[in-house]
Design a protein around this ligand. Structure first.
Ligand code: PSU
Ligand code: MN
Length: 299
């Protein structure tokens, strides 16, 4: 594993570090916006007072804290694999390039000693999963790796109710940041009531600390609603998502290709509006995640 100097120094001095994933760069957004956003998100984290660590795999070696040239490569290079938990050993052994999903980023962040991780939306239980069994490995990872993930809720393309049931079964605490309903990525709220709502980064940090004291090895999911002005209309998005899913089925796209295909299709169907929303929510999460890491480092 290669940890960059800034990140290593911060970790040694118990200063706040925030992990970032690379699947969102290589498979979640089009070039060159993906690179611009990845760099902008790092800047936001620095401005708040924490150290960003974008994680990915280069020639089989996990990189904890990519430099801007590496981020550029992850944005434009073709053939970078989408790497989740199961893919890690193969990619390492064969010295391949891998963009890490939420699950794989959690594993590597944890190895490096990072506790807080910011992303857009996590994977979850896909619609139709009762037939297909398609449940993102992100959910199981949250049940066994002690990282706090700040996101804007499960991606709207999923079955949100089943995702929440699954998280409950797996013992994953879901916190709503200044919201008492579950935010769903493109929209600020949903009809799913959350048990716990928190109102400050300090409050979140205290929950993380309590979990650690209880020796619970699982993660925590913090859901942070997309900023009001970027929130998209729920019924319009449902229509769009259904169209995208229908096209995906007609093309026979399955498994790990589903999420990248749907995100891309939705960007086209919304004429880029969903991409702007996606960017806004990631940036918003970066701000919150940085402050959670800052409070946690003080406790
Ligand atoms: N959120 C986004 N864009 C993305 C993803 C999440 O805004 O590209 C990625 C994350 O890396 C997440 C992955 O872990 O999609 C989930 O894929 P799957 O459903 O195949 O597990
Ligand atoms: Mn899947």
């Amino acid at each position: 594993m290669k940890i960059n100097d800034d990140v290593l120094k911060a970790l040694k001095e118990n200063r706040p570090v925030v992990a970032l994933e690379s699947t969102i760069i290589s498979h979640g957004m089009p070039y060159p916006r993906n690179v611009e956003v990845a760099l902008a998100v790092e800047d936001i984290i620095r401005r708040e007072g924490a150290v960003p660590a974008t994680i990915g795999i280069i020639d089989g070696e996990p990189i904890i804290g990519m430099n801007p040239e590496e981020i550029e490569q992850f944005g434009k290079r073709k053939g970078i694999l989408k790497v989740s938990r199961r893919d890690l050993p193969y990619v390492k052994a064969n010295k391949l390039w891998g963009a890490t999903t939420v699950a794989a980023t959690m594993i590597l962040a944890n190895l490096a000693g990072i506790k807080v991780f910011v992303t857009g939306g996590i994977g979850g239980v896909h619609r139709g999963a009762t037939e297909t069994f398609d449940i993102s490995a992100d959910l199981d990872e949250l049940s066994k790796t002690p990282i706090t993930v700040v996101c804007a809720g499960p991606k709207a393309i999923l079955d949100i109710d089943l995702t929440m049931e699954y998280l409950e079964t797996k013992g994953v605490l879901v916190l709503g940041y200044k919201t008492d309903t579950l935010p769903c990525f493109y929209t600020r709220s949903s009809n799913i009531k959350l048990e716990y709502n928190v109102n400050s980064p300090l409050e979140i940090a205290k929950v993380i600390k309590a979990k650690d004291e209880l020796k619970l090895e699982n993660g925590i999911l913090v859901t942070n609603p997309i900023p009001e002005q970027y929130s998209l209309n729920h019924s319009m998005m449902e229509e769009t998502i259904n169209k995208a899913i229908a096209k995906m089925k007609s093309l026979g796209i399955k498994g790990k290709e589903e999420t990248p295909f749907l995100l891309k299709e939705i960007v086209e169907l919304t004429h880029g509006e969903s991409l702007e929303a996606n960017i806004a929510l990631v940036e918003n999460n970066a701000k919150l995640g940085a402050n959670v890491a800052i409070e946690l480092a003080k406790l």
